[in-house]
Design a protein around this ligand. Structure first.
Ligand code: UGA
Length: 423
């Protein structure tokens, strides 16, 4: 099929590349000329394992990036993959969705034939119907007979997105009319995953609910972990026993420093705002966010209990990315940790295999080490903040510390001298 993707950010680029890899003719549209040029030069503007090799295979064949909306008019489907960043009150900012919808409408003015506009961005329930549909139709000067709408949320995890795209647990397709949904289903014809067909708003809600539930699992594990810590119990032993219950499942029960990234914090906040507007007090969602906000401070408090006053102490922070396998530091739990350490007068020496440069934009004044060993050399304490597998191999480097006080915010070390935040 001929597909246009609006937005060459994380979701748009991975989705576009994977659609091309599946055999579809795909154009990715972005407003950033540097990004468009990079993609067309077969270079990935973001780090994602496996992405660049798809660009190498597909660019020049059935994948291209463009600044212009020209391809929309001749495509079978257009996927909206633009960002929905949070407003100050936690609600989702829909301005990129609105402007993409207007541009798609304009591009469809002269087109003939049936076209489907699909929202892939994470949006509050009702957005496709009340924001996207009217804007596209008004700017295209067309009716719902010629253009129909669908909502197809993504469930990709950063760092594992290509693998998640190829082997989804399910494909959710919400649509305004069956033939719009049928056309989206056709795109995924070769996939073996179950397809869930719903209305537009239900598909939008499935995405929010999935992320909110996963975030709830994490905060729940962290609360149990905080209780376990006080009782001298290892929460990982507990969750192993709990997760084997098939009704519960073993995934997303890893206690630690809490969840970060561009999705969970933003989506749970946005859902809380929606709840408020619906007259529902979001007690559980608020607790999920509260527990998450508190974990980084618990980590620093535990470190301080061991090292004494942190003022003037050299503290190594291992891991800056919000999780392993990415250079993304958005809402990383390292950010409040470093802020708190600096507030307490500590000298921070940070190391991350990939995310140092991105964190430098947030904390330009702290020291960045070239390796874990360099960060640990002479340190009075260490906090482990990201589950990078290579941290599991750190051993002799801990001997370089002035005082061997190591607190894990993620369970990753095999060295047995560390203490965990919840274990
Ligand atoms: C998340 C969802 O997992 C994806 O399904 C979804 O598509 C994506 O958001 C999105 O909405 O775009 P992502 O943010 O890439 O994906 O990362 P996750 O692997 O889910 O991890 C999120 C955070 O939770 C990380 O900080 C991670 O360290 C933390 N986490 C995860 C825990 O603290 N404990 C766990 O057991 C699992």
């Amino acid at each position: 099929m001929k597909i246009t993707i609006i937005g060459g950010g994380y979701v748009g680029l991975v989705t576009g590349a994977c659609f091309a890899d599946t055999g579809h003719d795909t154009t990715i549209i972005d407003v950033d000329p540097a990004k468009v040029a990079m993609i067309n030069e077969k270079r990935a503007p973001i780090f994602e394992p496996g992405l660049e090799s798809i660009l190498l295979r597909a660019i020049g064949k059935n994948l291209r990036a463009s600044l212009s909306y020209d391809s929309v008019g001749t495509s079978d489907l257009t996927f909206i993959c633009v960002g929905t960043p949070p407003n100050d009150d936690g609600s989702a900012n829909l301005s990129y969705i609105e402007s993409a919808s207007r541009s798609i409408g304009t591009a469809l003015q002269k087109s003939t034939g049936f076209h489907v506009v699909v929202v892939k961005s994470t949006v509050p329930p009702g957005t496709t119907e009340t924001v996207v549909c009217p804007a596209v139709l008004a700017f295209a000067h067309k009716t719902g007979d010629e253009i129909a709408f669908a909502m197809n949320p993504e469930f990709l995890r950063e760092g594992r997105a290509i693998e998640d795209f190829r082997k989804p647990d399910r494909i959710v397709i919400g649509s305004s009319q069956p033939r719009a949904g049928d056309r989206v289903a056709e795109v995924y014809r070769t996939f073996s995953a179950p397809v869930v067909r719903t209305g537009l708003a239900a598909a939008e809600m499935i995405k929010y609910t999935s992320n909110a539930f996963l975030a709830t699992k994490i905060s729940f594990s962290n609360e149990i972990g905080n209780i376990c810590k006080d009782l001298g119990i290892d929460v990982y032993e507990v969750m192993e026993g709990v997760g084997l219950d098939q009704r519960i499942g073993p995934k997303f029960l890893d206690a630690g420093a809490g969840f970060g990234g561009s999705c969970f914090p933003k989506d749970v906040s946005s859902l809380s705002v929606l709840a408020g507007r619906a007259g529902v007090d979001p007690k559980i969602l608020r607790a999920v966010l509260d527990v998450n906000e508190e974990q980084p401070y618990r980590l620093v408090a535990l470190l301080e209990k061991k090292t004494g006053n942190l003022s003037g102490k050299r503290i190594a922070v291992l891991g800056l990315a919000f999780k392993d396998n990415t250079d993304d530091v958005r809402d990383s739990r390292s950010i409040p940790v470093i802020q708190e350490l600096l507030k307490k007068g500590a000298r921070v020496i940070a190391f991350d295999p990939m995310a140092g440069q991105n964190m430098q934009k947030i904390f330009p004044a702290i020291e960045y080490a070239g390796s874990a060993g360099d960060a640990l050399n002479g340190a009075d304490g260490c906090l482990v903040m990201t589950e990078w597998p290579e941290f599991g191999r750190i051993d002799k480097e801990f001997e370089l510390m002035a005082h061997r006080i190591v607190i894990e915010g993620r369970r990753i070390l095999s060295w047995n001298g560390a203490e965990g935040i919840c274990w």
